[in-house]
Design a protein around this ligand. Sequence first.
Ligand code: ADP
Ligand code: MG
Length: 243
Amino acid sequence: RKAVIKITTGSQALDELLGGGIETNAITEAFGEFRSGKTQLAHTLCVCTQLPTNMGGGNGKVAFIDTEGTFRPDRIVPIAERFGMDPGAVLDNIIYARAYTYEHQYNLLLGLAAKMSEEPFRLLIVDSIIALFRVDFTGRGELADRQQKLAQMLSRLIKIAEEFNVAVYMTNQVIADPGGGVFISDPKKPAGGHVLAHAATIRLMFRKGKGEQRVCKSESINCSSIFLNKTHIFQITPGGIAD
Ligand code: ADP
Ligand code: MG
């Protein structure tokens, strides 16, 4: 088993909640409402992964699969500058692909695995994991089929994480929870059901606080190194995620 590397998120509070940072050989999921900071953390991780290991990085390349068209190369520039890195060089080490269907998303993963066997990657981002499934499978009767295809996608992600000692960071959406009950004023839960709930090593819940403040809670799962149900506060700044 290869040595696990922990990649800083740019926030000490968030790192602490994760037991040091986003882990390689594992899947970290962030779910939360629109504008809660999931994509901003992805951008910050694009930079931090390239830091040397003695600075909290992974000294490796990044692959970014974008299903919603929300990657902004110009966001990378001030984040790289914050960490004293050359923005052009940082951008060159981010392999970017836009996915348009869930099948396309799956095929991109197959292509990336080939690339990862040749070059040192330490992070794979899928932002978001579920969006295209929700577009491509709309009918009620398609749910079982959707979940089966989603499980295939997730097992491919786990394989990549383990085979190449890569940290997988995937984002997820929230959906209304009809079973939320009358006592919950704003019942929302992560999309993807049990299939997605069991895939992630660590599941984080993001929500908005005051201004650019954000609240993160660790919600599970198959991991002993983190402190469950702890709440930590971080900020979204021009230089990325910070305290
Ligand atoms: P999500 O992916 O969860 O929908 P995002 O990660 O895209 O949300 O977060 C969007 C929020 O990030 C914006 O509403 C804004 O508050 C903050 N943000 C985006 N860019 C910047 C920036 N350059 N400086 C500070 N905050 C920013
Ligand atoms: Mg987003």
